[in-house]
Design a protein around this ligand. Structure first.
Ligand SMILES: *Cc1c(COP(=O)(O)O)cnc(C)c1O
Length: 510
């Protein structure tokens, strides 16, 4: 058994191992779990325990983002050396971000907004996807993998671009992204189809995000196809938030935000901080839960949904039911009916019972729904589900802008609206952190409509809308948007959901 020396207090901590939420695979190291992405039994990898962050908050408050990230990640990725982890961190959180703070805290209307959109693709996915390629290439080296790693990603708009930006021209890797045609914003689509890098491919599918995600999971599960790829020297992995290598880096910004708020006197030490997260695949809010379990005094975890309110229904009734129409909203990155990472919470709420979790997931696959027990619900009581419709979202964005001069995007708008509902319904007026997941410019048309009441005219170019938003808001247009104004379109492939595997085979030439 490997032991790592622990700097604080010099006590020894064990090598933290990972197991599947469905009980079929156990005893993997962090690097093995990162490489695999998804377990062979279809489950998600979880550490056998959530480590404690035994560092006094005043010490955390003095740390940079990179130092905080290291303290969090070294407790999970225990088979990485200090040099390897610090190397990954410094290559990920560098000048690609437009601010040295990496994650920015702003105060508006009495709430704190944690801006996670200062990376190269202006959405919070950059927080994890700028480090995942580095974690993955080191994991491959550690495990003697000589195959080329092929990243398959389904995207509701932001993951695809952030993953390609991270993996573009990384030696030993290829990346193929599937997005729902017509299901992402125009800026999101342009960002993806103009992506550079000889190892990148983008395919629009005729279906919605859930179709794309299910299709990708199916390709992962096809053992025959896996063998064919291996013969050609390829090995599949995942950059979706099911990969533990995406979840853990996200824990860092909750630790960082709490410590900074204590450091600058906004919070008393130990004072609970409620957190509202605009939620889709349940990765971001689960990272907040991990931070809480590590010892950060996070109070309630408020899970904000748009009109696709499957999680709101789940937290209010105990039944998860995906049998409903899929609604396209102005917050497309949250247009999801199957929230993959919820499986990790389900697993924890069963007391880490793989068999029980596998049973519920089988029910979900067979019937589209399942119901959890009262005991399980009791274990999730820190979570509060809420949702906001399009009108509430627009009103919230307008209000914040008009009254406080603060501009947010449509996903953050959902979160801000739901945090207001939470305060009203619960009577809990504790301090609130609202997670801001995208730059308003990524959704220029919807944001402009929210603050001016006017929808962009038919045929108006996306960049006219961007310029109009800049004029009205006074907020500078980010570099990521300027870059795609003139960038040539490099990717035009489209396919039916049933042909996704064929597409992959074609792209890889096998
Ligand atoms: C991905 C995304 C979300 C949802 O995050 P999950 O971790 O999938 O719950 C919310 N907002 C934006 C802008 C996103 O890109």
């Amino acid at each position: 058994m490997a032991w790592n020396k622990h700097e604080e207090g010099r006590e020894k901590i064990m090598n933290l191992l990972y197991q599947s939420t469905r009980g079929g695979e156990k005893g993997l190291t962090a690097s093995q779990a990162i490489l695999k992405g998804l377990s062979d039994d279809g489950g998600l990898f979880m550490p056998v325990e959530i480590p404690v962050l035994d560092i006094p908050v005043e010490k955390l408050a003095a740390m940079t983002y990179q130092e905080t990230a290291y303290e969090v990640m070294k407790r999970y990725f225990t088979d990485f050396t200090e040099e390897e982890l610090k190397g990954c961190i410094s290559r990920a959180y560098d000048e690609k971000f437009d601010t040295e703070e990496i994650a920015v805290l702003s105060k508006a209307g009495g709430d704190y907004f944690l801006e996670l959109y200062h990376g190269s693709t202006i959405a919070f996915k950059d927080m994890a996807l700028s480090i995942l390629p580095h974690l993955m290439t080191i994991s491959a080296r550690k495990n003697g993998v000589e195959n080329e790693i092929v990243i398959l990603a389904a995207t509701s708009g932001d993951t695809g671009k952030a993953a390609m930006a991270g993996f573009a021209d990384v030696p030993g890797t290829r990346i193929i992204v599937f997005y729902p045609k017509g299901g992402v914003s125009r800026i999101q689509e342009l960002q993806m189809v103009t992506q550079k890098g000889e190892n990148t491919a983008v395919v629009a599918i005729h279906g919605n995000f859930d179709d794309a995600q299910t299709g990708v999971k199916k390709i992962f599960g096809d053992q025959e196809f896996g063998k064919r790829l291996a013969e050609k020297g390829y090995q599949l992995s995942s950059a979706n938030s099911i990969n533990i290598g995406r979840l853990i880096p996200q824990v860092a910004y909750y630790v960082y935000a709490y410590a900074k708020l204590v450091g600058n006197g906004e919070l008393q030490q130990g004072e609970p901080l409620n957190v509202t997260v605009p939620t889709g695949n349940f990765g971001n809010i689960l990272a907040a839960y991990f931070a809480r379990e590590m010892g950060i005094p996070i109070g309630r975890l408020i899970c904000a949904s748009n009109d696709n309110k499957v999680l709101y229904d789940f937290f209010t009734t105990g039944t998860y039911d995906r049998n409903r129409p899929f609604i396209l909203t102005s917050s497309p990155s949250m247009d999801i009916l199957v929230s993959s990472n919820l499986e990790r919470l389900i697993y924890l709420s069963t007391g880490c019972d793989g068999e029980k979790t596998a049973g519920l997931m089988k029910e979900l696959a067979d019937t589209g729904k399942y119901t959890v027990t009262d005991a399980m619900r009791q274990r999730m009581k820190e979570f509060w589900g809420g949702y906001a419709d399009e009108t509430e979202n627009e009103e919230t964005i307008r209000d914040l802008f008009v009254k406080h001069g603060y501009l947010i995007d449509t996903h953050t708008g959902v979160a801000a609206a739901v945090s207001g509902k939470y305060r009203k319904e619960s009577g809990d007026h504790g301090k609130m952190l609202i997670v801001s997941t995208a730059s308003p410019y990524k959704f220029s048309g919807s944001v402009l409509k929210a603050i001016t009441g006017k929808a962009p005219e038919n045929g108006e170019s996306e960049f006219d809308v961007v310029d109009e938003l800049a004029r009205v808001s006074g907020m500078a247009v980010p570099k990521a948007v300027e870059e795609i104004r003139t960038a040539p379109i490099r990717h035009t492939a489209e396919c039916d959901v049933a042909d996704m595997e064929k597409q992959v085979a074609g792209i890889l030439g096998c």
